[in-house]
Design a protein around this ligand. Structure first.
Ligand code: PRX
Length: 628
């Protein structure tokens, strides 16, 4: 899409209904924002007081550029805040999660029951020798059991590293290896489109030869998995044989909570590290005020726990608020495209948070699907993961929100931990523009030297100041962390291109770097290229993103074959299958073009932007560094 065209198209404003503003946690964004900027630390200290600390902080922020410490000296436990706090406050019997499978099988768990399950798993982990600071990988479907495993780690201070269960063996192995996980949680399978997808075999292959993995705890869903009882042990047996009482570990606010791997421009995925106190405060507060979450709301975030959206807005944010959440396993459109809307009707969902790629998919199926259901319970609709194009925004507003809901388009990243730029339900939204910065956040659009650009100019989106839920480092690679802050000195570089208008609304245009965003999933070109050259026939490969109607972006690969191999459709399919095996279905190129040569700089770097420009019929730009 032409960018100028985008800028012109999005000038309407949608005001939140009066009753929503009147009842909102934040009624006046402008004055609270101003206040928050004048005293950032005071602002977050006030929020933090809504949570439980075993020991108070001595200092709210210690900023030793580019390293931040929040709530210095404080002790807390995020699992305690997510569970015990509510159980002690009369919410023992409140439902925490309603899980629904593809065949509408349903499971509910209350705060009291979840606390017991989590405590048992936590004790189970201790019995396996897991201690504070040890890493535990979790490769499980979007289920209550997986969430309980995450919380059990947090309870005893083990660092969890959740790996999306759609990733294949190569991607999983890399993540287990990098984190040096002592224990891996998995399930016998996950279900998608009516089929069982084997997870256990993938784990077996992924950990082959990794001697530091001591135990694999398997949630054996049909009680038929082959478990040796030595390395591979049964989840339920571990739960049943462990005590339901497990005092929470008193964690330092800056003790690590989890690692989550995400793609960067170069090299292998980076292990984004989040710590306890700041992350807890950031996810708690954004969940509360951006979604305007109230005590009796039914909240549904359609993400998967394998991504940051799942961590922050399925697990920690909603639980810290004591919410009742719906979670689902399987495909949104299986057995039919009415699945999600039937759940909104059945469970009377009030807050619904999804991704533009899903909305575009439902647009294609047609409005007759949501039209069959009573969606009148909905109040707040959220969007995340990629820019929402105005067409999709309008469809969401009309056919899901029935022109009565507020849409919050939340911009943030794995690294930011929580929402950074979004409207809140008390000031108008502009379709296609995320909105204004969240409280205490100062965002800017700058050129590569850090000079701030005027309105309606495209530049790099940066953040000017530290915030509580920011990443603290990249696991084992501090230099990669420092790059966020020293590429344009003084600013946190988001890697996104953006522009802002005269009213301060920020519009995100997509990534500035070689990171792809396929159906809201962040994938590094380098990762796909490595998987491609791992195929015996491939000598060299380059990957670009192409605009795609539903997925936002699709992957096209340019491949040079080794001598002795001839291009063919069969070979292209075989190469795609290889990428699927190594990385997973989300990283498979839609197209493979066999070429003899790739455009490179004189120093040998592939110029993907030249390939992309040629592919899209756009001007190639400066090619003075091109080899020939
Ligand atoms: O390009 C932006 C896009 O997703 C990137 C972050 O990806 P990830 O770390 O996987 O986290 C996704 C979920 C938070 C960003 O750099 N992105 C995310 N939300 C939006 C978005 N782009 C536009 N609008 C959004 N609301």
């Amino acid at each position: 899409m032409d960018r100028d065209e985008v800028l012109l198209k999005v000038e309407e404003k949608y005001y939140p209904p009066k009753h929503i503003v009147e009842g909102a946690w934040v009624k006046d964004y402008e004055s609270l924002y101003k206040e928050s900027i004048q005293d950032r630390e005071g602002f977050w200290a006030k929020v933090a007081q809504e949570l439980h600390w075993f020991k108070p902080w001595q200092k709210v922020l210690e900023w030793n550029y580019p390293y931040a410490k929040w709530f210095v000296g404080a002790k807390t436990n995020i699992c305690y805040n997510c569970l015990d706090r509510h159980v002690l406050n009369g919410k023992r019997n409140k439902v925490a999660y309603i899980w629904v499978g593809e065949d509408n099988e349903e499971k509910k768990i209350t705060y009291g029951e979840l606390l017991e399950l989590v405590s048992r798993i936590a004790n189970g982990l201790k019995s396996l020798g897991v201690k504070k600071g040890d890493r535990v990988s979790i490769y499980m479907p979007n289920t209550i059991e997986a969430i309980a495993a995450m919380l059990a780690c947090a309870r005893i201070g083990a660092i969890h590293s959740v790996v999306f269960a759609g990733f294949s063996e190569g991607a999983l192995r890399l993540r287990i290896e990098d984190a040096k996980a002592k224990v891996v949680f998995t399930a016998s399978y996950t279900k998608r489109r009516g089929k069982k997808i084997d997870l256990l075999t993938t784990v077996k292959k992924a950990i082959d030869g990794l001697t530091f993995v001591e135990k694999v705890v398997v949630w054996d869903r049909d009680k038929d998995a082959e478990l040796d009882g030595n390395t591979f042990i049964d989840f339920e047996t571990l739960v049943k044989s462990s005590s339901p009482e497990c005092p929470p570990e008193e964690m330092d606010a800056e003790d690590p909570l989890f690692i989550l791997y995400t793609s960067g421009t170069t090299g292998k995925p980076k292990g984004v590290l989040h710590t306890t106190g700041g992350y807890m405060v950031g996810t708690y507060y954004t969940t509360k005020v951006v979604f305007d979450l109230k005590e009796d709301d039914i909240y549904w975030c359609t993400a998967d726990i394998g991504w940051i959206t799942g961590h922050s807005y399925i697990v920690y944010g909603p639980l810290a608020n004591g919410a009742t959440s719906l979670i689902t396993e399987g495909a949104p459109d299986y057995p039919d495209p009415g699945r999600w809307w039937s759940y909104v009707e059945k469970y009377r969902v009030n807050i619904f948070y999804t991704a533009p790629t899903a909305i575009r998919m439902f647009m294609k199926y047609g409005e007759q699907w949501p039209a069959k259901y009573d969606l009148s319970s909905l109040r707040i609709l959220g969007s995340v993961g990629e820019p929402i194009n105005p067409e999709a925004w309008h469809w969401y507003y009309k056919h899901i929100g029935r022109e009565k809901c507020v849409i919050v388009d939340t911009w943030w990243q794995t690294e930011t931990g929580a929402h950074m730029i979004t409207t809140v339900p008390s000031y108008p939204a502009k379709p296609g523009k995320a909105g204004k910065p969240f409280f205490t956040i100062e965002a800017a659009v700058v050129d590569s030297s850090g000079k701030e650009l005027p309105p309606n100019t495209v530049g790099n989106l940066v953040i000017k100041n530290p915030w509580p839920s920011m990443l603290r480092t990249c696991w084992g690679e501090p230099e990669r962390y420092e790059k966020y802050w020293n590429t344009i000195p003084g600013f946190y570089l988001t890697g996104d291109l953006a522009t802002y208008d005269e009213e301060g609304y920020i519009m995100i245009l997509g990534r500035a770097d070689d990171v792809l965003n396929v159906a809201g999933h962040r994938i590094g070109t380098m990762e796909v290229e490595s998987a491609l050259v791992d195929h015996p026939a491939v000598a060299e490969a380059a990957v670009i993103g192409k605009p795609h109607e539903i997925k936002g972006e699709s992957i096209k690969a340019f491949v040079i074959l080794k001598q002795g191999y001839e291009p063919s459709e069969k070979l292209a399919e075989d190469i795609k299958q290889h990428v699927r095996n190594v990385l997973g279905p989300i990283a498979v190129p839609d197209e493979i073009e066999f070429v003899d040569k790739l455009p490179k700089t004189r120093s040998g770097k592939i110029m993907r932007r030249v390939l992309k420009a040629r592919e899209l019929g756009l001007p190639v730009g400066d090619i003075s560094t091109l080899e020939d």
